[in-house]
Design a protein around this ligand. Structure first.
Ligand code: NI
Length: 182
């Protein structure tokens, strides 16, 4: 018998929630010391799900865990540079804004231009409890803001006009329905 192909569902792989889902609209709570054992198990599984998707960021609510936790790896030039952010906070945003196309693993195949502050300063804790501050612009800035939005129950489509948002959500629902029937 053939070995199981990579395309078959891996039971160990965390499923990523597709919008609409209650957890995607929920404000996640801060990670506390008592969560750390769970977080240490969860983070490698989140990276695995993110790489498999593939994506460059994944927030815990997207895997149905309402904790303030996200993983990011922009994989610039296909080089992996993963980091996990626990309780990330935006400390400062730039006055100038930037627009770039965004997508989201919870809204597969849907893309739109999103305007956000061009640069941000973010503070977060890593898995060892060490605090970090990162100053970001460009793709990393957008990605940080996108993932932190998830922790507040906000999706990138929430930054769009109601008309555009409803169009994308309707298209997503239609595609998901077709996929379920296929
Ligand atoms: Ni997303």
């Amino acid at each position: 018998m053939q070995a199981m192909s990579e395309t078959e569902a891996d039971p160990a792989l965390l499923p990523i929630l597709i919008a609409p889902h209650k957890t995607l609209k929920t404000k996640a709570r801060p990670v506390v010391d008592a969560d750390m054992d769970r977080v240490r198990v969860l983070v490698p599984r989140m990276f695995a799900a993110m790489y498999k998707a593939p994506g460059i960021g994944l927030a815990a609510p997207q895997v149905d865990v309402a904790l303030r936790l996200a993983v990011i790896d922009l994989q610039t030039n296909e080089v992996r540079k993963p980091f996990a952010m626990i309780n990330p906070e935006i400390l400062r945003v730039s006055e100038d804004w930037a627009t770039r196309e965004e997508g989201c693993l919870s809204l597969p195949n849907q893309y739109a231009d999103v305007s956000r502050p061009a640069a941000v300063r973010v503070r977060y804790m890593d898995l060892d409890g060490k605090r970090h501050e990162v100053e970001a612009e460009g793709l990393l800035s957008a990605c940080l803001q996108h993932e932190i939005d998830h922790l507040d129950g906000v999706l990138f489509v929430d930054h769009l006009s109601a008309l555009k948002r409803n169009m994308l959500l309707r298209r997503l629902a239609k595609e998901q329905k077709q996929k379920a029937l296929a």
